[in-house]
Design a protein around this ligand. Sequence first.
Ligand code: NAP
Length: 233
Amino acid sequence: MRHILVVGAGGGLGQALVKHYLNEGVLVTAWSRREASFMHDNLNWRQLADYRQDQIEPELMHLNDLDGVISTLGMLHNDDFMPEKHLGAVNAAQLRHSFEVNTILPILLLQQLVSKLPRKQPAFWVQLSAKVGSITDNYLGGWYSYRASKAALNMLLKTASIELGRSHKQLVIAAVHPGTTDTELSAPFQERLPADKLYTPEQSAQRIAQVIENLTTEQSGKLLHWDGTELPY
Ligand SMILES: NC(=O)c1ccc[n+]([C@@H]2O[C@H](COP(=O)([O-])OP(=O)(O)OC[C@H]3O[C@@H](n4cnc5c(N)ncnc54)[C@H](OP(=O)(O)O)[C@@H]3O)[C@@H](O)[C@H]2O)c1
Protein backbone atom coordinates (compact mmCIF):
# COMPACT_ATOMS: atom_id res chain seq x y z
CA MET A 1 0.00 0.00 0.00
CA ARG A 2 1.31 3.48 -0.83
CA HIS A 3 2.13 5.61 2.19
CA ILE A 4 2.05 9.40 2.12
CA LEU A 5 2.74 11.95 4.84
CA VAL A 6 0.72 15.17 4.80
CA VAL A 7 2.20 17.92 6.97
CA GLY A 8 -0.12 20.78 7.94
CA ALA A 9 -3.04 18.39 7.51
CA GLY A 10 -5.53 20.50 9.44
CA GLY A 11 -5.69 23.40 6.96
CA GLY A 12 -8.02 23.75 3.99
CA LEU A 13 -5.76 22.11 1.43
CA GLY A 14 -4.25 19.71 3.97
CA GLN A 15 -7.60 18.21 4.90
CA ALA A 16 -8.66 17.93 1.27
CA LEU A 17 -5.38 16.20 0.37
CA VAL A 18 -5.75 13.72 3.24
CA LYS A 19 -9.28 12.85 2.10
CA HIS A 20 -8.24 12.63 -1.53
CA TYR A 21 -5.50 10.10 -0.83
CA LEU A 22 -7.67 8.07 1.57
CA ASN A 23 -10.28 7.80 -1.20
CA GLU A 24 -7.51 6.52 -3.48
CA GLY A 25 -6.73 3.70 -1.02
CA VAL A 26 -3.46 5.26 0.17
CA LEU A 27 -2.20 4.94 3.75
CA VAL A 28 -1.96 8.50 5.09
CA THR A 29 0.03 9.79 8.03
CA ALA A 30 -1.19 13.29 8.84
CA TRP A 31 0.65 15.81 11.02
CA SER A 32 -1.23 18.78 12.37
CA ARG A 33 -1.35 21.01 15.38
CA ARG A 34 -5.10 20.40 15.34
CA GLU A 35 -7.13 17.37 16.37
CA ALA A 36 -8.42 15.03 13.69
CA SER A 37 -11.92 15.98 12.52
CA PHE A 38 -12.67 12.45 11.29
CA MET A 39 -11.35 8.88 11.49
CA HIS A 40 -10.45 6.32 8.85
CA ASP A 41 -8.79 2.89 8.99
CA ASN A 42 -5.96 4.07 6.73
CA LEU A 43 -5.41 7.37 8.51
CA ASN A 44 -2.79 7.86 11.18
CA TRP A 45 -3.47 11.38 12.46
CA ARG A 46 -0.73 12.71 14.73
CA GLN A 47 -1.30 15.91 16.64
CA LEU A 48 1.94 17.85 17.18
CA ALA A 49 2.39 20.86 19.43
CA ASP A 50 4.20 22.56 16.54
CA TYR A 51 6.66 21.70 13.76
CA ARG A 52 9.86 22.32 15.67
CA GLN A 53 12.51 19.66 15.44
CA ASP A 54 12.00 18.31 18.98
CA GLN A 55 8.33 17.70 18.17
CA ILE A 56 9.10 15.93 14.91
CA GLU A 57 11.88 13.71 16.24
CA PRO A 58 9.62 11.23 18.15
CA GLU A 59 7.32 10.99 15.13
CA LEU A 60 10.00 9.66 12.83
CA MET A 61 9.78 6.10 14.17
CA HIS A 62 6.15 5.87 13.00
CA LEU A 63 7.12 6.70 9.43
CA ASN A 64 8.02 3.60 7.50
CA ASP A 65 8.05 2.94 3.76
CA LEU A 66 7.13 6.46 2.75
CA ASP A 67 6.37 7.08 -0.93
CA GLY A 68 6.10 10.79 -0.56
CA VAL A 69 5.53 13.86 1.56
CA ILE A 70 3.24 16.84 0.94
CA SER A 71 3.79 19.85 3.15
CA THR A 72 1.12 22.52 3.11
CA LEU A 73 2.87 24.64 5.73
CA GLY A 74 2.37 28.29 4.98
CA MET A 75 0.79 31.53 6.16
CA LEU A 76 -0.37 34.72 4.48
CA HIS A 77 -2.13 36.50 7.32
CA ASN A 78 -3.05 36.00 10.95
CA ASP A 79 -4.51 38.00 13.82
CA ASP A 80 -1.42 40.23 13.87
CA PHE A 81 -0.54 40.58 10.19
CA MET A 82 -2.20 41.24 6.85
CA PRO A 83 -0.19 41.25 3.60
CA GLU A 84 1.62 44.57 3.18
CA LYS A 85 0.05 46.76 0.48
CA HIS A 86 2.97 49.21 0.33
CA LEU A 87 6.56 49.64 1.44
CA GLY A 88 5.54 51.68 4.47
CA ALA A 89 3.70 48.66 5.88
CA VAL A 90 6.76 46.40 5.77
CA ASN A 91 7.95 45.51 9.26
CA ALA A 92 10.49 43.20 10.84
CA ALA A 93 8.03 41.18 12.91
CA GLN A 94 5.91 40.21 9.90
CA LEU A 95 8.93 39.46 7.75
CA ARG A 96 10.39 37.25 10.49
CA HIS A 97 7.15 35.38 11.07
CA SER A 98 6.53 34.84 7.35
CA PHE A 99 10.03 33.51 6.84
CA GLU A 100 9.66 31.30 9.91
CA VAL A 101 6.49 29.60 8.67
CA ASN A 102 6.89 29.76 4.87
CA THR A 103 10.62 29.20 4.52
CA ILE A 104 12.41 27.95 7.63
CA LEU A 105 9.92 25.34 8.83
CA PRO A 106 9.62 23.66 5.40
CA ILE A 107 13.37 23.34 4.76
CA LEU A 108 14.08 22.04 8.27
CA LEU A 109 11.25 19.56 7.77
CA LEU A 110 12.98 18.28 4.66
CA GLN A 111 16.29 18.13 6.50
CA GLN A 112 14.75 16.04 9.26
CA LEU A 113 12.71 13.74 7.04
CA VAL A 114 15.21 13.04 4.33
CA SER A 115 16.39 9.89 6.12
CA LYS A 116 12.85 8.53 5.70
CA LEU A 117 12.78 8.97 1.93
CA PRO A 118 13.82 6.00 -0.21
CA ARG A 119 17.17 6.30 -1.96
CA LYS A 120 16.54 3.80 -4.72
CA GLN A 121 12.83 4.06 -5.46
CA PRO A 122 10.66 6.81 -6.89
CA ALA A 123 9.56 9.26 -4.19
CA PHE A 124 8.31 12.82 -4.00
CA TRP A 125 8.66 15.81 -1.75
CA VAL A 126 6.06 18.43 -2.51
CA GLN A 127 5.83 21.71 -0.68
CA LEU A 128 2.89 23.97 -1.52
CA SER A 129 4.32 27.29 -2.60
CA ALA A 130 2.74 30.18 -4.51
CA LYS A 131 2.95 31.82 -7.91
CA VAL A 132 3.28 35.18 -6.16
CA GLY A 133 6.66 33.89 -4.94
CA SER A 134 7.89 34.02 -8.54
CA ILE A 135 10.22 37.01 -8.96
CA THR A 136 9.78 37.02 -12.75
CA ASP A 137 6.00 36.89 -12.47
CA ASN A 138 5.74 39.79 -9.99
CA TYR A 139 3.88 42.49 -11.93
CA LEU A 140 1.64 43.82 -9.16
CA GLY A 141 3.96 44.37 -6.18
CA GLY A 142 2.68 44.30 -2.60
CA TRP A 143 2.55 41.28 -0.28
CA TYR A 144 6.24 41.77 0.53
CA SER A 145 6.68 39.15 3.24
CA TYR A 146 4.64 36.43 1.59
CA ARG A 147 6.26 36.92 -1.82
CA ALA A 148 9.79 37.05 -0.42
CA SER A 149 9.38 34.09 1.94
CA LYS A 150 7.94 31.92 -0.85
CA ALA A 151 10.69 33.03 -3.26
CA ALA A 152 13.28 32.04 -0.66
CA LEU A 153 11.47 28.75 -0.12
CA ASN A 154 11.67 28.03 -3.85
CA MET A 155 15.42 28.70 -3.77
CA LEU A 156 15.96 26.40 -0.79
CA LEU A 157 14.02 23.59 -2.47
CA LYS A 158 15.93 24.07 -5.72
CA THR A 159 19.22 23.91 -3.81
CA ALA A 160 18.17 20.77 -1.92
CA SER A 161 17.01 19.14 -5.15
CA ILE A 162 20.53 19.45 -6.58
CA GLU A 163 22.17 17.92 -3.53
CA LEU A 164 19.62 15.15 -2.99
CA GLY A 165 19.54 14.35 -6.69
CA ARG A 166 22.98 12.80 -6.12
CA SER A 167 21.98 10.50 -3.24
CA HIS A 168 18.29 9.96 -4.02
CA LYS A 169 18.27 9.52 -7.78
CA GLN A 170 14.52 8.97 -8.10
CA LEU A 171 13.39 11.60 -5.62
CA VAL A 172 11.52 14.59 -7.05
CA ILE A 173 11.39 17.75 -4.97
CA ALA A 174 8.82 20.22 -6.22
CA ALA A 175 7.18 23.46 -5.13
CA VAL A 176 3.56 23.45 -6.30
CA HIS A 177 1.25 26.43 -6.73
CA PRO A 178 -2.26 25.16 -5.92
CA GLY A 179 -4.20 28.07 -7.45
CA THR A 180 -6.45 30.34 -5.40
CA THR A 181 -8.39 27.95 -3.24
CA ASP A 182 -11.28 28.63 -0.90
CA THR A 183 -9.53 28.26 2.48
CA GLU A 184 -8.92 30.45 5.53
CA LEU A 185 -5.70 31.63 3.92
CA SER A 186 -7.41 33.18 0.89
CA ALA A 187 -10.70 34.13 2.61
CA PRO A 188 -9.97 37.89 3.02
CA PHE A 189 -8.93 38.23 -0.65
CA GLN A 190 -11.71 36.42 -2.47
CA GLU A 191 -14.11 39.32 -3.02
CA ARG A 192 -12.73 40.64 -6.27
CA LEU A 193 -12.00 37.23 -7.75
CA PRO A 194 -14.16 35.95 -10.60
CA ALA A 195 -16.01 32.83 -9.34
CA ASP A 196 -14.28 30.60 -11.87
CA LYS A 197 -10.85 31.63 -10.49
CA LEU A 198 -11.58 30.39 -6.97
CA TYR A 199 -11.24 26.66 -6.62
CA THR A 200 -12.64 24.33 -3.97
CA PRO A 201 -10.12 22.52 -1.75
CA GLU A 202 -11.30 19.24 -3.29
CA GLN A 203 -10.63 20.52 -6.83
CA SER A 204 -7.19 21.75 -5.86
CA ALA A 205 -6.31 18.54 -3.99
CA GLN A 206 -7.26 16.55 -7.09
CA ARG A 207 -5.06 18.78 -9.25
CA ILE A 208 -2.09 18.65 -6.86
CA ALA A 209 -2.38 14.86 -6.79
CA GLN A 210 -2.42 14.86 -10.60
CA VAL A 211 0.75 16.97 -10.70
CA ILE A 212 2.38 14.51 -8.26
CA GLU A 213 1.26 11.53 -10.34
CA ASN A 214 3.00 12.99 -13.41
CA LEU A 215 6.21 14.18 -11.72
CA THR A 216 9.46 13.32 -13.44
CA THR A 217 12.98 13.60 -12.05
CA GLU A 218 13.67 16.34 -14.64
CA GLN A 219 11.13 18.47 -12.74
CA SER A 220 12.99 18.25 -9.44
CA GLY A 221 13.67 21.70 -8.00
CA LYS A 222 10.98 23.38 -10.11
CA LEU A 223 8.04 25.56 -9.22
CA LEU A 224 5.01 23.96 -10.83
CA HIS A 225 1.57 25.35 -11.55
CA TRP A 226 -1.43 23.21 -10.59
CA ASP A 227 -1.87 22.33 -14.26
CA GLY A 228 1.59 20.75 -14.25
CA THR A 229 3.36 23.46 -16.26
CA GLU A 230 6.58 25.02 -15.02
CA LEU A 231 6.44 28.52 -13.54
CA PRO A 232 9.44 30.86 -13.71
CA TYR A 233 11.31 31.57 -10.49
N1 NAP B 1 -5.40 28.84 -0.53
C1 NAP B 1 -4.80 29.47 -1.53
O1 NAP B 1 -5.46 30.20 -2.29
C2 NAP B 1 -3.33 29.28 -1.78
C3 NAP B 1 -2.80 29.88 -2.94
C4 NAP B 1 -1.43 29.72 -3.19
C5 NAP B 1 -0.65 28.99 -2.32
N2 NAP B 1 -1.20 28.42 -1.19
C6 NAP B 1 -0.33 27.68 -0.29
O2 NAP B 1 -0.91 26.43 0.01
C7 NAP B 1 -0.57 26.04 1.35
C8 NAP B 1 -1.80 25.61 2.13
O3 NAP B 1 -2.67 26.70 2.21
P1 NAP B 1 -4.18 26.63 2.71
O4 NAP B 1 -4.93 27.49 1.76
O5 NAP B 1 -4.60 25.22 2.94
O6 NAP B 1 -4.04 27.44 4.07
P2 NAP B 1 -4.43 27.07 5.57
O7 NAP B 1 -5.77 26.46 5.60
O8 NAP B 1 -4.19 28.30 6.34
O9 NAP B 1 -3.36 25.95 5.93
C9 NAP B 1 -2.00 26.27 6.14
C10 NAP B 1 -1.30 25.19 6.94
O10 NAP B 1 -0.04 25.66 7.40
C11 NAP B 1 0.15 25.37 8.77
N3 NAP B 1 0.48 26.63 9.47
C12 NAP B 1 -0.07 27.84 9.30
N4 NAP B 1 0.47 28.74 10.16
C13 NAP B 1 1.39 28.07 10.89
C14 NAP B 1 2.27 28.43 11.94
N5 NAP B 1 2.31 29.66 12.44
N6 NAP B 1 3.08 27.48 12.45
C15 NAP B 1 3.03 26.23 11.97
N7 NAP B 1 2.21 25.82 10.96
C16 NAP B 1 1.40 26.73 10.44
C17 NAP B 1 -1.17 24.81 9.32
O11 NAP B 1 -0.97 23.48 9.81
P3 NAP B 1 -1.87 22.80 10.99
O12 NAP B 1 -2.54 21.63 10.33
O13 NAP B 1 -0.89 22.40 12.00
O14 NAP B 1 -2.84 23.82 11.47
C18 NAP B 1 -2.11 24.77 8.12
O15 NAP B 1 -2.58 23.50 7.86
C19 NAP B 1 0.20 27.22 1.96
O16 NAP B 1 1.59 26.94 1.90
C20 NAP B 1 -0.15 28.38 1.05
O17 NAP B 1 0.87 29.35 1.01
C21 NAP B 1 -2.53 28.56 -0.92
